[in-house]
Design a binder for this molecule. Structure first.
Ligand code: KG4
Ligand code: ZN
Length: 342
């Protein structure tokens, strides 16, 4: 039996992604982003994202098919992100996926966006070694997952209790008058700064906080600490050492993320750590993860950058693994769940 041809649709945030995968091979991957429409607001505006999905969806379906050189009628299954994410944004993708599944008479698979961030790595590095810990870091999420079986057994170890890591990057960037999204700008500036210049707080890493939130994260205290530091300097009429602030902030984020991710691997017998989401592009996070994982005998896996940010390939890849595992398709009544648990 040939590997299944799966079309995947992603619309949980500001990327409209459609991709076609055969087995573990990526054939076509079309992504449209509304990020520029959100830039002047400094964050994603749900209503704008929904409208952008509605406009981009059919063109992206066309583009993915063209890239893959396949016709819609040849697709064996349709996979779609049904949560978590922005409610209105999810509705656009799910409605499109249901329409295709119904019209083509193909099975539909509702996909958890977070698990798809992990499943996508089969397209770059093949089968997932399990148990594996996944650190998902983007503008919308910060999660630690324990993956025992990508299709049937993924457990949430922890998550942010306030801001997502990327959100903290974007807010600190705004404070430093950098454009949105700020992560790449801070990353670039930090390379010229001293990460030990300012001692910013490491949230939930000691005492009772650590006991209660062993695998959880908190970045709002860090963001506030940076804001206070910058405001105090400004009020005194002093110049802001932007590179040092960026480097010190970035060090605090990377330190906490990698410390807890390595701890999660060690305590759960995982020999591999997967890092996904837009913040996985961060230079310091990757370097520190490599260093600390090497010390603990853990192998780091990071999908190529275009597969770390939101895209349809991750949905198609997980859909394909579900089809091959013989998972039961979703009913055509498939609901969306903006706060879908793992
Ligand atoms: O996965 P993504 O494209 O979209 C979602 O948020 O779902 O992630 C975007 C986030 C933004 O917050 C952006 O500032 C951050 O990822 N980001 C980075 C870097 N590149 C993107 N953060 C730190 N360093 C980077 N190099
Ligand atoms: Zn995502």
């Amino acid at each position: 039996p040939h590997a299944p041809l799966v079309l995947g649709i992603e619309s949980s945030c500001d990327e409209t992604g459609v991709a076609i995968v055969r087995g573990q091979e990526l054939l076509g991957n079309a992504v449209a982003s509304s990020v520029e429409e959100h830039a002047r607001f400094g964050g994603v505006i749900p209503e704008i994202a929904s409208r952008a999905h509605l406009e981009a969806m059919v063109p992206m379906i066309d583009q993915a098919c063209t890239e893959a050189g396949v016709r819609l009628r040849d697709v064996d299954a349709i996979a779609v992100t049904s949560g978590p994410g922005l409610a209105g944004a999810l509705l656009v993708g799910v409605a499109a996926a249901k329409t295709l599944a119904f019209a083509l008479d193909k099975p539909l698979y509702g996909i958890n966006h977070l698990i798809a961030h992990v499943g996508v790595d089969v397209l770059d590095h093949g089968r997932l070694p399990t148990p594996m810990v996944a650190l998902l870091v983007s503008g919308g999420h910060t999660n630690l997952l324990l993956v025992k079986d990508i299709c049937t057994d993924v457990v949430s170890l922890g998550q942010t209790i306030d801001d997502a890591a990327g959100e903290a990057y974007d807010k600190v960037a705004r404070l430093l008058d950098l454009p949105y999204p700020g992560g790449p700008h801070i990353d670039r500036l930090a390379a010229q700064g001293d990460p030990r210049a300012i001692a910013f707080p490491r949230g939930l890493t000691s005492g009772r906080d650590m006991q209660r939130h062993r695998y959880d994260f908190s970045f709002s205290g860090l963001k506030t600490a940076v804001a206070r530091w910058v405001e105090t300097r400004r009020a005194a009429g002093a110049e802001i050492p932007v590179a040092d602030v960026a480097a010190s902030f970035q060090e605090a984020v990377a330190d906490v993320l990698t410390r807890k991710a390595v701890l999660a691997c060690v305590e759960n017998g995982a020999t591999h750590l997967l890092i996904g989401g837009g913040v996985a592009a961060n230079g310091r996070l990757r370097a520190l993860a490599e260093q600390r994982c090497a010390e603990a005998g853990i192998t780091v896996r990071v999908p190529r950058p275009t597969l770390c940010t939101d895209n349809g390939a991750m949905v198609a890849a997980l859909g394909s693994q579900l089809v091959m595992a013989g998972a039961t398709p979703s009913p055509l009544e498939l609901p969306t769940d903006s706060s879908m648990p793992i």
